[in-house]
Ligand binder design. Structure first.
Ligand code: ATP
Ligand code: MG
Length: 422
């Protein structure tokens, strides 16, 4: 918080001079307590948006008001980006997909309508008085997510908060209080009134968090995943012919974790949404395509193609961009291709086709396929990794040769002589 002091002392004074309260709230307070610094600051004030705008225009470099309908005015000053929102109070229309906006007049009232106690702490400026009416600091120390009011009340006010519980579990690695899990389980179907875009944004943050297994298993355990990403719990129900658990679901989470380890080799480093989604969806075709053979084994007929179709359908329903949808779908469709490689029958043109079909997704395909090489059998996994090393070496060699070839003229010596008539 000391780092924020210079900038907020000035801003707090500007609001005080105008007769208003100002407080830092939510993410930046929580993260400051966790020792993580923000340059994006969320603040709340007793001032109405017009007044906030006047104050910020005098104080900062650039001001914007895209969030005005929700009471938010944004402003940048040097490296700092601040968003100042007028105090809010509880006011939700049970049938609406978005919470209505109603302004409140106290900080305490504003904090009481926030999602989790660790997000309901504030520091008032000027003076830096710490406000924590719901014991957020204790929950932060215990690393647990709890709601300021009862979870039933909170989730009927805004069901998206159930998704946010999974998101913060994944980002912070916190536990979710048992009563919160119970309410999520009981109220999971309410998520259906929330717009696909809001659900998607929280899902993206869950998948891109540092501990995605935590958030995703919470979604599966509470039944929320059945509403927002049903392909995932379907994997947990996958069983073989003896009704033994096949653990495709567990395998999927392991592949996701392995692919996160490999993210640093991707151009943008991590977290990489496309790569993570591809890991999560790579086997979703399995439940639909499994066949039992006479010898008692199970095979999955073209689960890559079916998986790609299911992936596209889900990502469209969640309103992902076309680029992300195409990229993830392509990876799911190609993730099995490598399994034909070990037999030594891939010609140079098969390797070239692999590179061409992967296109821009080649690096991610390397990550996904390598992550998928993990199996419980360590020896087999090591052998698969070596085989993939071999494939990557061949790709490198071929593209080097192609580069050389592209430097050579299209015509050979005989053709040149023919053209010139010599
Ligand atoms: P991040 O670092 O990911 O931005 P954050 O805590 O700032 O995390 P935001 O989604 O930006 O999360 O929300 C800012 C704050 O607003 C939260 O800390 C929380 O107090 C409050 N908030 C946001 N969405 C909701 C919601 N749906 N219900 C209640 N409170 C919410
Ligand atoms: Mg934020």
């Amino acid at each position: 918080l000391d780092r924020l002091r210079p900038v907020l002392d000035g801003l707090g004074k500007a609001f005080e001079d105008a007769g208003h309260e100002l407080a830092l709230v939510g993410g930046p307070v929580r993260d400051a307590m966790l020792g993580r610094a923000h340059t994006d600051l969320d603040l709340t004030t007793s001032a109405l948006p017009d007044e906030t705008e006047r104050i910020l225009e005098r104080w900062g470099d650039v001001t914007w008001d895209v969030g005005r309908a929700f009471g938010t005015i944004g402003c940048r000053k040097g490296p700092w980006q601040v968003e100042v929102t007028t105090y809010r109070t509880d006011a939700y229309d049970a049938d609406s997909r978005k919470p209505d906006v109603a302004y409140g007049d106290t900080l305490a009232g504003d904090l009481g309508r926030r999602d989790f106690t660790v997000n309901a702490m504030a520091v008032r400026w000027p003076g830096r008085a710490f406000e924590d009416p719901y014991g957020g600091i204790v929950d932060l120390a215990d690393r647990v997510l709890r709601t300021p009011v009862t979870p039933e009340q909170s989730f009927s006010d805004d069901p998206l908060r159930m998704m946010r519980a999974a998101r913060f579990a994944s980002q912070l690695g916190f536990d979710v209080a048992p009563e919160v899990v119970a309410a999520m389980t009981a109220m999971a179907d309410r998520i259906e009134i929330v717009s696909a875009e809001r659900v998607r944004d929280e899902l993206v943050k869950t998948i891109c968090g540092r501990w995605p297994r935590r958030g995703l298993s919470l979604l599966v355990e509470t039944g929320l995943a059945d509403r927002v990403l049903p392909e995932l719990p379907a994997l947990a129900r996958e069983r073989d012919e003896h009704q033994r658990h096949k653990d495709v679901y567990e395998h999927t989470l392991t592949v996701l974790e392995q692919s996160i380890e490999l993210e640093e080799r991707l151009p943008g480093g991590g977290p990489d949404l496309v790569s993570r989604l591809a890991a999560l969806m790579h086997d979703v075709g399995k439940p639909r395509t499994r066949k039992f053979l006479d010898d008692g084994t199970v095979t999955f007929h073209h689960h890559d193609v079916v998986g790609a179709k299911l992936t596209r359908k889900r990502m469209k329903a969640l309103r992902f961009s076309n680029d992300d949808t195409d990229a993830v779908t392509q990876l799911v469709e190609l993730h099995l291709r490598f399994h034909g490689y070990g037999s030594g029958e891939w010609t140079d043109s098969a390797v070239r086709r692999y590179v061409r079909d992967a296109g821009d997704q080649l690096e991610r395909l390397h990550v996904l396929t390598r992550a998928d090489c993990t199996t419980r059998n360590q020896r087999k996994a090591a052998r698969l990794r070596r085989t993939y090393d071999d494939l990557e070496e061949r790709i490198a060699r071929l593209s080097e040769e192609e580069e050389l070839a592209s430097l050579r003229p299209d015509l050979d010596g005989n053709q040149i002589m023919e053209v010139l008539g010599i």
